[in-house]
Design a protein around this ligand. Sequence first.
Ligand code: PMT
Length: 401
Amino acid sequence: MSVSGKKILIAVSGGIAAYKIHFLIRDFVKKDAEVQVIMTPDAEQFVTKLSLSTLSKNPVYSDFYGDNGTWNSHVEMALWADVMIIAPCTANTLAKMTHGMCDNLVIATYMSAKCPVFIAPAMDLDMYAHPSTRQNIEVAEDYGHFIIPAETGELASGLIGQGRMAEPETIVKAVENFFTSQTSAKSLEGKTVLITAGPTYEAIDPVRFIGNHSSGKMGFSLAEEASKRGAKVILISGPSSQTTDDKNIELHKVTSAREMLNKVFEFYDRVDIGIASAAVADYAPKEVAKEKIKKNDDSLTIELVKNPDILKTMGEKKTHQFLVGFALETQNEEENAKGKLEKKNLDMIVLNSLRDEGAGFKNDTNKIKIFTRTEKKEFNLKSKDEVAADILDFVEAQLLG
Ligand code: PMT
């Protein structure tokens, strides 16, 4: 489960590890989370509100009162958050949290929060090992909070030991794992998801074909994510080196567009969600030469005929299926994608543009925009696994209405 669209409240307390919060915010924002930062007055000695607000794209608060007699509502921020992260959490802030010493905005917000709380302690090794800190950590765990243990290494004091705040990637992973554990309640249990993936190869003769650069990665990531969510997955893939040993994924390998079409319609009636991520060749040679074509002449003309449009046919025959198409564009991207949404009778379309670096074919990453008839959502460049999670989150939100 990705953190896309999740509301992350980060509370910074006054320790040298506060410098790492910039990276933590950047990682969450890159993953399309909404980030709100608050800080203790002491934290302002280590990092500036300006840098934190620039990265989080939101104002940063450290006091109950704003400059113009306004009130920074700890209750509103606490109730807004899907998760609260206290990082770095100093020995002092941890002690205040576990003893209800509500003398700053961070503690007041923490005490008003109903969401899961993650604590990333950071302090010198002896403070971390001190019985009072150990006890406070236990109390915080008893409250149901998630402790992200400090790491061992060189500390600001020059000493070496346990006390370094966990790296931002570790904190992000802990939060992602939490959201995954929430959805591993198998949100697609009982659903059948059909996915097309990879390229198609259209034979010219026994040794040559017309194909494209699709690796199948996007489609396989979608299949694995749907399977994780409990769906029965039918994955129909053109020639690709991708493999899966996931037992919930029924993999059918095909070669040409016609074979892909036939395979799709073996299952289409029992499918709840159809996702067409395959890069299907629009044209195929009219005749396939029986023998290898010899290079006798200076030029060779191959007559091409239009292939069936698999997704358009799925759209025409749609009864109950929720249909997701992809649009791979190089120009007039949004207009073309919206055109395909209509023309192919889709419920949703995922646009990726070859003009975006790291997006589209072969890469392990992609950058997408999703359109329905009424909504548009833009995502940052992410791994294809994360993109697959974003797409399925969006599908699920649409299905829930
Ligand atoms: O496989 P990867 O290397 O990971 O790359 C992923 C990808 C770039 C292939 C994928 O993200 C993607 O964009 N897939 C769709 C590519 C494409 O053919 O787009 P299109 O705009 O030409 O087609 C529009 C839609 O119609 C697509 O959903 C396509 O699957 C479908 N189509 C197109 C032609 C056709 N004859 N039959 C179809 O079903």
